[in-house]
Design a protein around this ligand. Sequence first.
Ligand code: BGC
Length: 729
Amino acid sequence: MNHYTRGRKLALVAATAGAVAALAFLPAWAQPPQPQTPAVHGPWMDKSLSPDKRADLVLAEMTLDEKIVLVHGAGGFGAAGSRSNGGAGMIAGIPRLGLPDLQLADSAVGVRSAADRGRYATLLPSTIGEAATWDPKLAFEYGKLIGRELRDQQYNVTLGGGVDITREPRNGRNFEYQGEDPVLAGKMVAQLIRGLQSQNLIGDVKHYAFNDQETGRSIGNVKLGKRAMRETDLLAFEIAVTEGQPGMVMCSYNKVNGDWACENSYLLNSVLKKAWGFQGFVLSDWGGTHSTAKAALAGLDNEEPGYRYFGDPLKTAVTNGDVPLARLDDMVHRIVRTEFAAGIVDDPPRGRVVDPFAGAELAQRIAEQASVLLKNDRGQLPLNAAMVKSIAVIGAHADSGVLSGGGSAQVDAPGADRARWNVPVWFPSSPLAAIRAKAPKAKVEFNDGADPAAAAALAKAAEIAIVFVNQPTSEGRDVPTLTLPDKQDDLVSAVAAANPHTIVVLETGGAVSMPWIGQVSAALEVWYPGICGAQAAANILFGDVNPSAKLPVTFPKTDADLPHPQIPGIDLIPAGGGRGGRGRLPDFDIDYTEGLKVGYKWFDAEDKQPLFAFGHGLSYTSFAYSGLKAAIDSVSFTVRNTGKRAGVEIVEVYAGLPAAANEPPKRLVAWDKVALAPGASKTVTLPLDPKFLSIFDEQKDDWSLLPGEYKILVGGSSRSTPLTAVVSH
Ligand code: BGC
């Protein structure tokens, strides 16, 4: 037990979906306020006009004060006297013009701020797990479900869409992002945004940009060259913005090359709005605005959650000419055109009872496709329910529930008070119960793992030992090391020494080290698996589901193998610090000297062997690759199921650029997900996007596809690419 869990009653709550459904039938006073219905008939209400035309028409009617109202927050979390719905933020509308209040809810992995209003929200598997499905269609469904539940609770804006790259594997927020590869992350979050906005809501992407660690997030100055910026984190945002078309972008807390992200003209004006053609609006992370004229001129459109800089000071700045009226009009235009484009004016959320069953079904399906089978020696898994006689289930509160991630991405547990900041919450999906249900004839016993010797004794007496380990992570603090907390490594080693059939199930927010990996027979990474996480894990352990997920992040062997063996700045920050203001702490540089070499690109370039490579993941069947035909704009190859079970293979295509490009050895350029019956094969043809083969040329300020020889590599992981070819361009 550590400071997270010691002596704390777990926030375990209403145990069945039926009980959860009942929570929705609450008296009127406990329900959120009804939305304002626009009883307004101005010409901008004509749905046949474009969002831009409608925004122009309504803007022409506004007073200066009304414009100012739209460009800042009006309090969140149900602040007294505000019309807030209880979410993290609220932007007052203009009733006389039919413009609704914007009700903003955190909803990275499900809707936050629901339970304290007696409402239920589905806790989905974390987005790092969603990324591990490598399935853009599932990402769409993920976003769509959140969108539907937001509407049900009368929110019209999400604050999800996190896509900061896993440059720092100890970042406390990696669980709410999409992994280390910009193409995978960008493509997945783009579909998540599309799914969400399909419900007529405003979607967003955050935290723009380079909020890649929580340590000193409000004081750190990220240093990185333009090329490295554009080819790493910004590429993920570029894909998210251009393919996902979010209505909003949230700028981050940190500085980038000397300027706060929310007043960084390069990031906001030059890249986001000019190069990518972003039509929506930029809002600051909560308290991330630092100035009035500078921020407004750099491209910030909305201050959250209050009005310190964009309230009266902005009105003054416009009146005295420090900020041109045309710029204020642009800010307002962007906000209002987004409202029309999203559909929230024409189709405001009405509020309904949430359907917890639909949410649970999807949460389980995603968890099943998100769980990565890391190791499976001698076919240890799947377990044969009919044959197994005894199982020792050990550790990580596996008798009670599954872990979730902390901070603003926390989904409040149904029936519980608002989850406390940074305190780990286990949701009521019991692995022990799920395992017992699978193997009703077996003797299945639990040990909490607090005493490794006692756990080992139980394991020794059982045929199979399943150790659950976990790593709580949260917004506002990074984990200091990749080592599992609470001496869980010792627990696994003790159990593995006692029982050769030891299986480890990991509930982590990202990569962890596993010094015991050689001692155990199988390991399954389930991330924070959501409200039906236990059922999903049991389905994989017993073979009802054949795992197919692949790692969206590298698992290093040790911290020493990382570009920064210590998180930059961690020695300047008091233990656990990083969320708060600047206090007496000095500003400091976060010098990302690894540049382009993020994640697997670092391990490849430095010739370091990871514990588990990016793209790795096993199945209960096996696959063979053959027949690669490659050109600069497409590849085709055949994949065959060589085992005895039906399975799904995520096929991965990497490219090595011409030597003159001076790039890391390879980068992901395409992938697909192929379902195959035993013995069946399929020829896969995938187009290659020239941008993903290009470098960002700082001189041209544009992408450039260099002439030369490109190496194409195809296989089932970044470190297993049986097919290679060279193509010239
Ligand atoms: C987080 C954002 C979040 C906001 C509102 C900030 O501290 O960084 O991700 O949306 O709070 O809760």
